[in-house]
Write a protein that binds this ligand. Structure first.
Ligand code: MTE
Ligand code: MO
Length: 338
């Protein structure tokens, strides 16, 4: 049964992101205009007055919370990178849909405690309120979280991003946010939570967003270490002999402890300077560079505190490379002199 106050404004899969890709991501906090948007079935607009969240399943105290109920609860802010895992139909293609934002909302744990979840509940199932088709299926966007992650203090029922209420396209009035995990887990337009003792049964957890692993399938949850070169970008001309720097962002569920840059397509690697992390934000890296003329293939790769790195290719977090043309300073000067 559909709720009242809901309207699909666009149907079908949709992706929006900056034209310049990762080269647009110049600021520490990504403004909404540069932050990618993804939806599988379309965008839904929800009248905030009609929105509510049902919490049931293995709970002692089933709840229905309205927006005003959530707004009256203590909220917290949490800074986190936000990254899409890419298409579930092509999971080894690196899409680099990423940003870094400050979410604000009610910790999911607060609501789960109020609902008195049973001690033997091991998963929280969540579902979005939109409807429609994706691939060849027609079912709600249902995801799940193991109870440990669901109760961790960074998982939020978010009402705001970067100091503003969530827009309808961003999943407003309320979305789930699961910092450190791929975007697919952060259910937009969230309308229900269920405590269960097994994994969710919908296509978005059983068929999509599972990676093949030696032990069977692994859910697409924790974000693997990844890094991108923001600058220089291919369309920004550089001049030989003029000092510049190579810089970008590195992130992952775990703290990034090292970034290396190659100037020669991956033969030799140099250690970049790496900045701090706040909450689960991305981290800035940079390396000074005095380019020589010609074409250069710049690469970056990172490693996290567990020693995990990035595959060279065929992975959503494969090593990022940028081809840069460097003009001969002398010729350039002659030209400008005429
Ligand atoms: N209800 C709902 N939530 C959803 C999705 C969706 O299609 N429906 N897409 C997921 C995916 S794959 C990603 S990457 C993020 C994107 O969030 P954003 O559009 O705010 O960047 O939302 C996730 N939450
Ligand atoms: Mo995604």
């Amino acid at each position: 049964m559909k709720r009242t106050g809901l309207q699909m404004t666009k149907t079908g899969f949709s992706f929006r992101g900056p034209d310049a890709g990762v080269h647009a991501l110049k600021s520490w906090i990504t403004p909404d205009d540069d932050l990618f948007l993804v939806t599988h079935m379309g965008f839904v607009e929800i009248d905030p007055v009609h929105w509510y969240l049902d919490i049931d399943g293995m709970v002692g105290n089933p709840l229905r919370l309205r927006l005003s109920d959530l707004q009256a609860m203590p909220q917290r802010e949490y800074m986190s990178f936000h990254e899409c895992a890419g298409s579930p139909l092509a999971p080894t293609v690196a899409k680099r849909r990423v940003g870094n934002v400050v979410w604000k909302g009610v910790p999911l744990s607060t609501v789960l405690e109020k609902a008195e979840i049973h001690t033997d509940a091991s998963y929280i199932w969540t579902a979005g309120l939109e409807w429609g088709e994706y691939a060849d299926i027609n079912e709600p966007y249902q995801k799940d979280l193991p109870i440990d992650k669901a109760l961790s203090n960074e998982v939020l029922l978010a009402l705001e991003v970067n100091g503003r209420p969530l827009t309808p396209e961003r999943g407003g009035p309320v979305r789930l946010v699961v910092p450190g995990w791929y975007g697919t887990n952060s259910v937009k337009w969230v309308g229900s939570l269920r405590a269960e003792n097994r994994r969710a049964t919908g296509a978005y957890t059983t068929r999509f967003y599972n990676d093949p692993a030696p032990s069977g399938m692994t859910p697409v949850w924790s974000v693997a270490p990844e890094s991108v070169i923001v600058s220089p970008s291919p369309d920004h001309p550089l001049e030989a002999g003029v000092p510049t720097k190579i810089w970008g962002w590195a992130w992952g569920d775990r703290l990034i402890t090292g970034v290396e840059i190659s100037l020669d397509g991956g033969n030799l690697w140099q250690t970049a300077t790496l900045g701090p992390r706040r909450d689960k934000s991305w981290q800035r890296f940079e390396l000074p560079w005095i380019p020589t003329s010609g074409t250069h293939s710049l690469l970056c790769r990172c490693i996290d505190e567990l020693g995990q790195g990035q595959p060279q290719s065929d992975a959503r977090n494969a090593v990022h490379s940028v081809q840069i043309q460097v003009s001969d300073g002398g010729i350039r000067n002659d030209q400008t002199a005429t």
